[in-house]
Design a protein around this ligand. Structure first.
Ligand code: ZN
Length: 128
């Protein structure tokens, strides 16, 4: 299967799972693969209707769903975070990011779930 076809399936599948899990309308308005000049790469899922509370309460389930997507797209899932709309508890996107060495060092310096007000970390596996 091509990457794009896999994205189409994963987007619809995750949207249904989140709606069933949370019992409210969640919209995954766009799902993208990305590659940055620094060397980071990964996947961004832009969301509407998802709140920080939802992540806190259902973190285990949501991580499992994102792990399934990572597996189907054959991408590493050691760093997963949500981006918040600044000043709100609204989630703007869910992100799986394969960090370059510089960005890894930046994130490794931070502590806790919210090293920055616009970032909520679901998983950050430190390198051994
Ligand atoms: Zn980077």
């Amino acid at each position: 299967m091509t990457l794009i076809k896999q994205l189409v399936i994963s987007r619809g599948d995750l949207e249904n799972k989140l709606r069933n899990l949370l019992g409210k309308p969640i919209f995954l308005i766009e799902m993208d693969g990305f590659a940055l000049p620094c060397g980071c790469s990964g996947m961004t899922i832009n969301t509407r209707g998802l709140q920080v509370d939802d992540l806190e309460i259902f973190e285990e389930h949501i991580l499992k769903y994102l792990d399934d997507i990572a597996q189907s797209l054959e991408i590493d899932s050691s760093f997963i975070f949500a981006r918040l709309i600044p000043g709100t508890s609204e989630i703007a996107s869910l992100n799986l990011r394969i960090l370059c060495n510089n960005c890894y060092m930046d994130f490794a310096r931070g502590t806790g779930k919210q090293p920055r007000p616009d970032i909520y970390i679901l998983r950050f596996n430190r390198k051994q």
